[in-house]
Design a protein around this ligand. Structure first.
Ligand SMILES: Cc1cc2nc3c(=O)[nH]c(=O)nc-3n(C[C@H](O)[C@H](O)[C@H](O)COP(=O)(O)OP(=O)(O)OC[C@H]3O[C@@H](n4cnc5c(N)ncnc54)[C@H](O)[C@@H]3O)c2cc1C
Length: 505
């Protein structure tokens, strides 16, 4: 029998960035006032101020919180995201998209991409992205919500959002406070630990106030005040694999129609993002200090920004990697305090979301048992490893060698897991993907084929399939994609309809 005295009664969250408020909101919703939740944040320490492009599971996070799309888009200056357009990654002047959702539709009980690969290997030219409805819609600046009819091609795509991370944190703060979360303003000056087991017992603020708790969640960003500074959990660096270590972000005015996708534009020493919000554009440059100084990085960004720059440059330094354990004693790290992977596939907020849901599933008693802790750490570690491999793929699968930076990428020794994935794909087009993986077959295919990697041979199971029959099926699909796109509304119209309180440009 469960003993109520064993149960966690007080949760303390340190940090009020996206990680802190996402955690506070979801815990308050799911724990239904079975314990108190206190969030400590300091106005003296700014949040990282970026993190505006997401991936489709964010819809689920909002759905669980009971937040409607209209409320969310209106409050957070949000727009629709149908994928990421990668420019200059395979070669200069080359563009491909990693769209959200599936490619084509399966037929003859076979996965669609095998038929597409067969056609390509027998001379067809049509890029894979042209079999994605998300791609068709994005190229026309249009949007519809996916159909709930599983037999329709219009059910086969997905979407996410771009939004203002600061507004999202404010929105979730209001939500969490309504559910009883108590916010305390103050800077942590000291952390107390139990002398017998090293568990954290309380946080002392600069004004000497002490905040006691049973479970502590470290959302203190790169400072990692509890996990790295207090509990001395080591950091495992991946900077030898992903060597970018700098970013600069600025906001600017819009000059064009709102595009429903993120742009990732590679340059000689890194890449830039363009994230369109309703009232402004988010721009950033991600680069390596080995190949570009901060001054050059800023020039590179400012010289390519369309529109008027609205903000001072936000310069951020980072190291790619993650903690050796994400849960130690009675403390769990969520957000930048747990690790960092560059935002090439917009996975930062997703890592927060999945950490929160994992913690809720494995919520311990006060003793923070080893078995739950080990499972939590194992699952989180696998998630980081998987995303890391997927990001490295973009740097490895390139034909670019036109600068020292890209030559360095070419020479990188990549993890065995990624090597095996690429080799497996190069043989017959198979991929090793698992149910819990964030990136599935179609995600890998988008990047592999988008950057020019193709299998050497047709998968034996489709060799005997008739090419003319395949072509006919492809033609029917293309006509349907075109028809659905023609009937869709423009992205701007969709926002106007769904954001009655839409901020003015
Ligand atoms: C360049 C860059 C681009 C990114 N782009 C994306 C993207 O497009 N999509 C995406 O999903 N993710 C992105 N991310 C990741 C995303 O920004 C973060 O995952 C997210 O913002 C979470 O940050 P955080 O809350 O962990 O930390 P922060 O925002 O840094 O918040 C830390 C909080 O801790 C508090 N704090 C710290 N120390 C103390 C103390 N001693 N006492 C009291 N309070 C304290 C601070 O006041 C603050 O409230 C990006 C990250 C970077 C660096």
């Amino acid at each position: 029998m469960n003993n109520p005295n064993d149960q966690i009664k007080k949760i303390v969250i340190l940090g009020g960035g996206s990680a802190g408020w996402m955690t506070a909101a979801m815990l308050a919703k799911q724990l239904e006032q079975s314990c108190t939740i206190t969030l400590v944040e300091s106005n003296q320490i700014k949040t990282v101020g970026v993190g505006e492009a997401t991936i489709p599971p964010i819809q689920n996070f909002n759905r669980i919180l009971g937040i409607t799309e209209t409320e969310f888009l209106s409050a957070c200056n949000g727009t629709i995201k149908l994928g990421i357009q990668f420019e200059n990654w395979k070669q200069k002047q080359h563009t491909y998209m990693h769209p959200f959702g599936r490619f084509g539709a399966d037929f003859d009980y076979m996965s669609f991409p095998y038929f597409w690969m067969k056609q390509q290997l027998t001379g067809a030219q049509q890029p894979l992205q042209e079999f994605s409805l998300a791609w068709h819609l994005s190229q026309s600046n249009k949007f519809i919500t996916p159909s709930s009819d599983p037999t329709s091609l219009a059910s086969n795509f997905d979407y996410a959002y771009h939004f203002d991370a600061g507004l999202y944190a404010d929105f979730l703060r209001t939500y969490a406070e309504k559910l009883g979360v108590v916010r305390i303003e103050g800077k942590v000056a000291n952390v107390f630990n139990h002398p017998d087991n090293g568990f954290i017992s309380g946080l002392q603020l600069e004004d000497n106030q002490e905040i006691k708790g049973d479970l502590f969640i470290d959302c203190s960003g790169q400072r990692s005040v509890l996990m790295r500074q207090n509990l001395n959990v080591p950091f495992h660096s991946w900077s030898h694999l992903l060597f970018n270590d700098s970013a600069i972000a600025v906001q600017s005015t819009h000059t064009k129609m709102l595009q429903p996708y993120t742009r990732s534009i590679a340059h000689d020493s890194g890449w830039q993002w363009r994230i369109p919000l309703q009232t402004r554009m988010g721009n950033g440059n991600v680069f390596s200090s080995q190949f570009m100084t901060d001054e050059q990085g800023l020039d590179c960004l400012l010289n390519s920004v369309d529109g008027k720059v609205l903000t001072e440059p936000n310069k951020i330094k980072f190291e790619t990697g993650r903690l050796n354990s994400f849960w130690d004693k009675n403390c769990v790290a969520i957000g930048l305090s747990a690790g960092f992977l560059e935002p090439l596939e917009s996975t930062g907020l997703h890592l927060i979301q999945s950490a929160i849901m994992r913690l809720i599933r494995l919520m311990p008693n006060k003793d923070c048992d080893q078995l739950s802790q080990s499972l939590y750490n194992k699952e989180t570690e696998l998630e980081y490893q998987h995303i890391k491999d997927f990001i490295i793929l973009h740097y490895k699968a390139t034909e670019r060698d036109d600068s020292e930076y890209w030559q360095h990428c070419k020479g990188l020794e990549i993890p065995d897991s990624l090597k095996q994935q690429i080799e497996l794909f190069k043989q017959f087009g198979h991929l090793d993907v698992h149910e819990k993986d964030l990136f599935k077959q179609d995600n890998w295919l988008a990047v592999l084929t988008g950057q020019g990697i193709m299998p050497a041979k047709i998968a034996p199971i489709v060799t005997h399939k008739n090419n003319l029959d395949i072509e006919k099926t492809f033609d029917v699909m293309q006509k349907q994609f075109q028809q659905i796109t023609m009937n869709a509304t423009s992205h701007e119209m969709y926002l106007a309809k769904h954001c009655p309180y839409r901020p003015k440009r």
